[in-house]
Design a protein around this ligand. Structure first.
Ligand SMILES: C[S@@+](CC[C@H](N)C(=O)[O-])C[C@H]1O[C@@H](n2cnc3c(N)ncnc32)[C@H](O)[C@@H]1O
Length: 415
């Protein structure tokens, strides 16, 4: 069995849920060997032309920073020194034979250390630097031209790996450290961070005021919906069209966007035109409608297979609002969400899926979420929970200091 590792983004549960949703559709059978807040290790039987497929896979995912292959496993005893242990395995010969990209004139390499289930000692980057320098000397003695890429952090970021061409010219050697074992591997692909930044900032219309979903999260949500290319996907609160954009890039052939605001619909139109010109899209079609969610059923006859959306999350909060005020906002939004689900039950096919953001309001030590999940279930929707979700079945996506957190739910229409 081949083992692959996935380095997870800043909301690891969501990143892991996305990987599982995508792999389930792509490969069917795969098993999780280990998981932590930083890394997920997956076992898979076939994967021939792996590096090619891995490049496709990382392009598909919004929440994964690196994907690589495990090449060695080193058992640890209590109190073993991690770097001493791996230096026995990572000889210059082994690196040349298994880890480095072959036939490269100049070798660029570096180390990244990730936690599986035990904390990594702070001194690790210094020790890895020392090991790297020894290996560099040894490789030079063997006649190779070598550069060691190091960082003060315990990991090399995807930007450093990309800019120093570690994948093409040498290796980003990854140590995945658990209590009793170190997995050693090399990165095969890193996230195309520049493309995400471009889609966030270079598109013609951005609406910072009404809140924009980061393209990475929009992509994660489309992947969580497990939509097929022939499924019709609707975003009924499309804003500037981030979800529709990522859905088209993921190969969904038909998307529909609607919004109560004429400006939002125009922004979406401009952004999707820009996308069509700047990205090689397969044949696609999009339909845009200006409508209040409550009037949507009368606007189109077609039933959709998938709804992926971030509705209105309330007015921007400063953080000093009273609990009373937050409860009032939460009540108003609960009404909007329940109204939306009534509409969804009319326009969604049976077994259709909804992937939707709920707001969670953070107030000092308190988090206030919309208390509507059981009412939605009574309308015929089932929350798709898994081991990664919270007690309500949601996956939380947040940044430090955020006043409004995002709680992502997956529902299935069962009747
Ligand atoms: C948070 S924004 C969506 C952001 C979008 N996902 C993006 O990345 O651009 C919410 C959108 O909901 C729309 N909206 C608010 N109330 C609505 C309603 N009753 N019916 C339809 N759209 C509504 C707003 O006009 C706004 O564009």
């Amino acid at each position: 069995m081949h083992k692959y590792f996935f380095i997870l983004g800043h909301s690891p549960q969501i990143s892991q849920a996305e990987i599982e949703a995508v792999l389930e559709k792509l490969l069917g059978e795969h098993n999780i060997i280990a998981a932590s807040d930083e890394v997920l290790i997956i076992g898979y039987k076939i994967y021939n032309n792996a590096s090619f497929q891995i490049k496709d896979l990382i392009r598909k995912l919004g929440g994964t920073i690196k994907i690589g292959k495990i090449l060695d496993e080193v058992e640890l005893e209590e109190d073993s020194n991690i770097v001493t242990k791996i230096s026995g395995k990572l000889t210059a010969e082994r690196l040349l034979d298994k880890y480095f990209q072959q036939n490269t004139e100049r070798i660029n390499f570096g180390f990244s250390a990730y936690c599986l289930d035990s904390n990594i000692p702070k001194s690790i980057s210094k020790k890895l630097l020392k090991l790297g320098l020894e290996l560099k000397k040894e490789l030079k003695r063997k006649g190779h031209s070598v550069r060691l890429v190091s960082s003060k952090e315990k990991t090399l970021s995807s930007v450093i790996v990309g800019e120093n061409k570690l994948i093409e010219k040498g290796a980003d050697i990854c140590l995945l450290i658990s209590k009793d074992k170190i997995y050693l591997g090399r990165t095969l692909a890193v996230q195309e961070y520049k493309r995400f930044i471009q889609r966030d900032y270079a598109r013609p219309d951005r609406d910072v005021k009404s809140g924009m979903l980061p393209p990475k999260l929009a992509r994660i949500m489309v992947n969580l919906s497990q939509a097929d290319p022939d499924d019709v996907l609707l975003d009924p609160f499309c804003g500037s069209g981030t979800i529709l954009q990522e859905a088209l890039l993921l190969g969904i052939k038909k998307v529909i966007g609607s919004d109560i605001s004429l400006k939002a619909v125009q922004d979406t139109r401009n952004n999707l035109e820009w996308l069509t010109k700047n990205y090689q899209l397969p044949t696609t079609s999009y339909q845009l409608i200006t409508s209040d969610i409550k009037d949507l059923p009368s606007k189109f006859k077609e039933q959709v297979a998938v709804i992926v959306t971030e509705p209105f999350l309330g007015p921007p909060l400063k953080g000093n609002e009273s609990l009373e005020k937050i409860k009032t906002v939460s009540k108003e939004l609960s009404e909007l969400y329940l109204k939306s689900f009534r509409v969804f039950s009319q326009i969604l096919k049976k077994n259709g899926r909804v992937v939707i953001v709920f707001p969670i309001f953070r107030k000092v030590n308190q988090e206030i979420s919309l208390p509507i999940v059981s009412e939605i279930e009574q309308m015929g929707f089932q929350v798709q929970k898994n081991l990664l979700s919270n007690a309500r079945g949601g996956l939380v996506y947040s940044r430090p200091d955020q006043k409004v957190l995002r709680e992502i739910f997956r529902f299935k229409k069962i009747y």
